[in-house]
Design a protein around this ligand. Structure first.
Ligand code: ZN
Ligand code: ZN
Length: 313
């Protein structure tokens, strides 16, 4: 039997190496037929190679130039603050654990205007950076699968460099898209960013927010209408369905063994509102969307909500 086994093993190795060669050939042909150029400098790039081999939609030279030095400002007024924490002037007067008084000073229709429901905001870069802007627009509208590895690398690099500014024991919650917008786009870019953070820091992802109202794009509205447009657009939903949770974990690329998932389902903690949350989106401009999400999460019982974005406008 032994010689026969060896023959089979040898055959397997030959087939595998042939298969790899065919795959490599296919990628080379694709690179010749559909050449791509670096999104920044226009130099020919090799999209079918891994980033470590100099492939991708951004060349190795430009990848090193992306300005992701971090923007740490109060989410509401934009003052420089320690690690991007909301300044004292901008934090709503009530604590989320203390029920609010109706008509509390400064409150209009349940909203504290010009106050920050986010405890802080960490942005990787500035949206005014033209290269960064191009990368984000490309991620959102065209090349999610192609740019995934570029962003994965950039987000990981940032998260590891600034790991100390991220709150400990936090759960990552991506800003949800309305189901209609999700169907139109085919993916939620915030979920991808959440996945990259999960890969870098190991924090779990939980899709506990739902968008229950279709809204106009915030960027298409004048500033004074944005707050009203987004008000009441989100709902907190307990992550009670194991399927929903498993889906989030599959996206995170870290599915746990079934026994562990079943244990979580039986565990009361599974249904508890996460105390510390990192809310994730691609861009923060006027902040209306993330502030509304943070408000919804705090009303559900979250104690601390931090924002994380690729760029701040
Ligand atoms: Zn380049
Ligand atoms: Zn402030």
């Amino acid at each position: 039997m032994r010689p026969l086994n060896n023959v089979w093993n040898a055959g397997g190795v030959i087939y595998l190496s042939m298969f790899k060669k065919i795959l490599g050939l296919k990628e080379k042909i694709l690179d010749i037929l559909f050449p791509v150029h670096c999104l920044n400098c226009g130099k020919a790039a090799l999209p079918h190679r891994s980033l470590s081999e100099g492939g991708g939609w951004v060349c190795g030279d430009c990848l090193g130039f992306v300005n992701f030095e971090g923007v740490f400002l109060c989410p509401r007024c934009g003052d420089h603050t320690y690690i991007g924490r909301a300044c004292k002037r901008c934090v709503p007067p009530h604590s989320p654990s203390v029920p609010r008084q109706v008509g509390e000073q400064g409150e209009i229709e349940g909203v504290y205007l010009n106050k920050s429901y986010l405890n802080g905001l960490v942005a990787m870069g500035k949206y005014s950076d033209k290269f960064l802007q191009k990368l984000i627009k490309s991620l959102k509208f065209q090349y999610i699968t192609d740019l995934e590895s570029v962003f994965d690398k950039l987000v990981k690099r940032f998260c590891l460099k600034y790991s100390a500014v991220f709150p400990q024991n936090a759960i990552i919650v991506p800003v949800p898209l309305h189901p209609l917008r999700l169907r139109e786009r085919g993916f939620n870019q915030a979920e991808y960013i959440a996945k990259f953070i999960n890969g870098a820091l190991g924090y779990e992802i939980s899709n506990v927010l739902q968008r229950i109202r279709y809204t106009y794009r915030q960027s298409e509205l004048p500033k004074e209408m944005r707050e009203k447009n987004i008000r009441g657009a989100f709902k907190y939903c307990h992550s009670e369905s194991p399927d929903q949770d498993r889906e989030a974990k599959n996206l995170a690329g870290a599915e746990r063994p079934l026994a562990e998932i079943l244990h979580s389902v039986q565990d009361d903690n599974f249904r508890r509102v996460p105390e510390i949350i990192i809310l994730v989106d691609d861009v923060y401009t006027s902040g209306g969307t993330m502030q509304e999400c943070a408000k919804t999460l705090k009303e559900a019982g979250a104690k601390e909500v931090w924002g994380f974005v690729l760029a701040r406008g």
